[in-house]
Design a protein around this ligand. Sequence first.
Ligand SMILES: [Zn+2]
Length: 116
Amino acid sequence: MHEASIAYSLLQMLLEIGEKEGAREIRKAVVKVGKLSGVVPECLSFAFDAMKTEYSKTENTRLVIVEVPLTYLCRRCGKTFTREDFIFPECPFCSSAETELIKGEELDLEEVECEV
Ligand SMILES: [Zn+2]
């Protein structure tokens, strides 16, 4: 399962941060997930919750998943816009078809809250 391996590496990242910060536990982790990353937020939450109890630092960690919409950049006018669906859309400002997906594939650990 894709989400299980992501949850696992996420936990390792958190444990590493917790170690560095000398934290007793990690309270909260905010993850940004792009709509095109292929990650289903519910599955990631589920996998994370199932695994987090194996470590004392992450036992009570609350995982917050923020979905990032698809963001496109227009190469002609330089403006950016967001879309819900994945098609190469025309620019709503100048109707150019030369648009480029610039956000939507990421999976980033955005914020970590530690209890020291
Ligand atoms: Zn444009």
